[in-house]
Design a protein around this ligand. Structure first.
Ligand code: UD1
Length: 430
């Protein structure tokens, strides 16, 4: 099984370029099958979740041409199956986007319920509420969501919880419904706006994405388009925290600084220098970084997907920080792993109380999920000595060329798959 071996203790220094946004790409790929014409998508991140999604699209009969590593052409005119069932697709939660896309286009969809996730229970009741409001009959049978409609008809929908997935899913189905749907208490994340822009470039009529009220006037059909995905806000934030935690100096390129404001603000609060450029952010870590408090919230609040990386940074700051996780209930699983590196963190309910320590020491740790895995890599980069991170398959789901990008910043990290390779790394690095 693959692992990362890291020799930590050096500040990260240099430039790194962020890839396309995974979470935007997942929605956009699902939406791309909603037309019979060809769609060209660029700036696609080359990560596991995206490649699984592309396989599933092919599986239901769409044509997928990989033009290059980051560009794909999709043609959904030959889709035969409104039923998505593939061993892999069960493993990525975003497979639920096929419900909205297929229901919109074919008025029928059958998709396995996304499996349990290790960051907490993740219901999809709001998605289902939205589809029903649009006139679909939705049942859950034999582990799948089965949705049918004679006609989809616009509706006024209020989301009881702010949900990224429900907002995107309802937007897709409503794009091909009759009349104007008003979606209130919608999520406002940058990838909601990106999926709406993509659908609009296919001829949809969606207004207000990025605010909490989205108006979707249904159209008869969608057409082909060419579209470039926005940069990944969370990947950018991860490198920003890596710079801060290692007291480095990193220019993070190909970003939209506005999307990073919550992260930049917190890093400045703890004493880092954060300099914004048109499409880059430079983070300079400082020796005596201070504590602060964080509460995860829907955008523009502090992203839950940045909580572990920021917690690692705070675990190396002076004083006591409180991190409140208000989106998912099980997102502190990295805390026990981090304790083995010398951190001092207590979790009470959805709050982690972090007493900053002077430094970490390397240890063998286990990545419990995607973002926590990235956070443990940051911890390893900041730690004295060698760290081995197990279960890095999680990290590869969402970070393109993670170790190569870190190596470009001077990190001593390698992907290995045996003890022998770990020994070789240690001999080489010294
Ligand atoms: C998306 C992101 C994920 C991120 C999360 C929050 C993708 C593929 N994934 O996940 O990386 O961590 O947003 O920013 O884009 N909820 C319900 N009922 C529902 C739907 C959600 O109660 O029908 C609750 C969830 O349990 C959670 C909160 O709403 O507490 C937010 O979840 P949601 O925004 O839907 O997350 P995802 O779209 O699954």
């Amino acid at each position: 099984m693959e692992q990362y071996v890291i020799k930590g203790g050096n500040p990260l220094v240099g430039d790194v370029t962020v890839s396309g946004a995974k979470n935007a790409a997942l929605g956009i790929l699902a939406a791309s099958i909603m037309t019979d014409e060809s769609v060209l998508i660029d700036n696609l991140p080359d990560v596991k979740d995206i490649n699984v999604m592309l396989e599933a699209i092919q599986e239901i009969g769409a044509r997928v041409d990989r033009i290059d590593r980051h560009t794909v052409r999709i043609n959904g005119s030959n889709i035969k199956e409104v039923s998505v069932d593939d061993e892999f697709i069960r493993r990525i939660r975003a497979s639920y986007y096929f419900i909205g896309a297929l229901l919109g286009k074919y008025k029928s969809a059958q998709v396995p319920l996304p499996g349990g996730c290790n960051i907490g229970s993740r219901p999809i009741d709001q998605h289902i509420k939205g589809f029903r409001a649009l006139g679909a009959e939705v049942v859950i049978e034999r582990g799948a969501v089965i949705a049918h409609a004679i006609d989809l008809v616009a509706s006024h929908i209020y989301l009881d919880v702010v949900s990224v997935g429900a907002t995107i899913n309802i937007m897709m189905a409503a794009a091909l419904a009759e009349g104007q749907t008003i979606l209130e208490n919608a999520a406002k994340e940058p990838h909601i706006v990106d999926v709406a822009n993509f659908l609009n470039s296919m001829g949809a009529n969606i207004k207000g994405a990025g605010t909490d009220t989205i108006r979707i006037r249904g159209v008869n059909k969608l057409h082909g388009t060419e579209y470039s995905i926005i940069p990944d806000q969370i990947e950018a934030g991860t490198f920003m925290c890596a710079a801060a935690a290692t007291r480095g100096d990193v220019m993070v390129r190909n970003v939209i600084p506005k999307h990073l404001e919550a992260i930049s603000a917190k890093l400045m609060e703890i004493g880092c220098e954060v300099i914004e450029f048109d499409d880059a952010v430079r983070v300079v870590g400082k020796p005596n970084q201070r504590h602060t408090d964080i509460k995860t919230l829907p955008y523009p609040g502090f992203p839950t997907d940045m909580q572990p990386q920021m917690a690692v940074t705070l675990a190396l700051a002076n004083g006591t920080s409180m991190v409140t996780e208000s989106i998912f209930e099980n997102r502190f699983k990295y805390v026990d792993e981090l304790a083995r590196m010398g951190s001092n963190i207590k979790v009470e309910g959805n709050v982690a109380v972090i007493d900053g320590v002077k430094g970490f020491t390397g240890a063998q740790v286990n990545a419990p999920d995607l973002r926590a895995g990235a956070a443990l890599v940051i911890a390893g980069l900041a730690a004295d000595g060698y760290t081995v991170v197990d279960e890095i398959g999680y990290i590869q789901r969402g970070y393109e060329c993670f170790e190569e990008k870190l190596q470009g910043l001077g990190a001593m990290i390698e992907r290995v798959d045996s003890d022998r390779e770990i020994q070789k790394f240690k001999l080489r690095i010294g």
